[in-house]
Design a protein around this ligand. Sequence first.
Ligand SMILES: Nc1ncnc2c1ncn2[C@@H]1O[C@H](COP(=O)(O)OP(=O)(O)OP(=O)(O)O)[C@@H](O)[C@H]1O
Ligand SMILES: [Mg+2]
Length: 255
Amino acid sequence: MERDLAATIEARGVGLTFDAGLEALQEIDLSIDAGSFVSIVGPSGCGKSTFLRLVSGLSHVSTGELTINQLPPIEARQQQRQLSFVLQDATLLGWRRVWNNVALPLELRGVAEADIKTRVEESLQRVGLNQMANLFPHQLSGGMRMRVSIARALITDPGLLLMDEPFGALDEIGRHRLNDELLGLWCDRRWTCLFVTHSVQEAAFLSQRVVVMSAQPGRIRAVHEVDFPYPRPRSLRTDPEFGRLVARISEDLEG
Ligand SMILES: Nc1ncnc2c1ncn2[C@@H]1O[C@H](COP(=O)(O)OP(=O)(O)OP(=O)(O)O)[C@@H](O)[C@H]1O
Ligand SMILES: [Mg+2]
């Protein structure tokens, strides 16, 4: 299968009003370069998941324009097969072993069996779960399940990865470890990553840019550039300059 190029996302004046009249998003302007890592933080209900659904083509803008590689999201998804989604609750199939869960996207695309085998092994290796291939999801910890869903999301070598609070349920150590792993993978492959989190520290540690949204209707209140170079060492988390940046973002978040 061809490696899709990392995707560019362009939102111009994007608004979304639900049928019941609730205005969830208003005037969202955002350009996301191919291969960049952007996080969104904002109060609960400000429309972060709604925005990811728009990008994924699962729902449609009411006003403005949203494109992925100059195409409407739904067309981008159909033509370029470049979207992967990792949700907060790892949606693994309970009756399939880890190996078969990770293989699923390739099976659905009719990839040859020998090819699937190599790529599943490679993908499980990447997230450090090759020893767990034969277990069922309920035999794993929450963090391991999350890693399986990341392995599954990355197996198609996506150009765009949408992550909605993927590590929200983890303890801090587990979250830090998965942040490090995710960044290692991203530095290697450079897909476009749009990442939603409630943790300002996590957003700043991972991203090149942190978008702060306000509620409601959800708008962009501020955008912070994060200039620390990659690869980012663990020690960055305790760096005073990093701490000041986190504090500035938190101030914007609290309005
Ligand atoms: N299908 C829907 N129909 C009507 N209203 C909806 C629908 N989906 C979401 N909303 C509303 O849109 C607003 C934004 O919801 P959304 O789930 O995007 O918030 P969020 O920023 O992801 O919040 P959280 O941080 O709690 O996940 C909320 O007020 C929610 O009630
Ligand atoms: Mg949400």
